[in-house]
Design a protein around this ligand. Structure first.
Ligand code: 5GP
Ligand code: ZN
Length: 119
């Protein structure tokens, strides 16, 4: 990958590169999936692009295929995790009001119990 697509201070870039060890449930040249360190649901995984994109609000036209691929990978991993049939949630928090705290684009893949919708 072009080094400019990485942020050397970003924790998710370090997980994607293996610099910080994490159990990877899926990886390919574009996308990595690993467990959230503070799971809120029985299955709580993070689906990230290897490319450092700070937030959904900052995605560019050229990133459209990668976000599509993240969704497809989430769908596959959900099946592997056995939560596809009962249902699961994919969430992207973008910016402060949504509670984004890690500024490397990620999807939360959550399931394994009934998830309330209204907050
Ligand atoms: P956000 O609020 O930005 O959408 O979610 C960030 C998520 O990343 C949180 O659910 C948090 O638990 C998770 N997280 C933060 N730091 C780490 C880390 O070092 N490793 C892993 N696996 N997850 C992390
Ligand atoms: Zn990053």
């Amino acid at each position: 990958m072009n080094p400019e697509e990485k942020d050397t201070d970003c924790i998710f870039c370090k997980i994607a590169s293996g610099e910080i060890p994490s159990a990877l449930l899926y990886e390919d040249e574009d996308v990595v999936v690993f467990p959230d360190i503070n799971p809120l649901t029985p299955v709580h995984l993070l689906v990230i692009p290897r490319k450092h994109i700070t937030s959904l609000a900052d995605m560019a036209d050229e990133d459209t295929p990668i976000v599509g691929k993240m969704t497809r990978v989430a769908n596959q991993v959900a099946r592997e995790q056995g939560i596809s049939e009962n249902g699961y949630r994919l969430t992207i928090n973008s910016g402060a009001d949504a509670g984004q705290v890690v500024f490397h684009l990620h999807m939360h893949l959550m399931g394994g119990r009934h998830l309330a919708w209204k907050h």
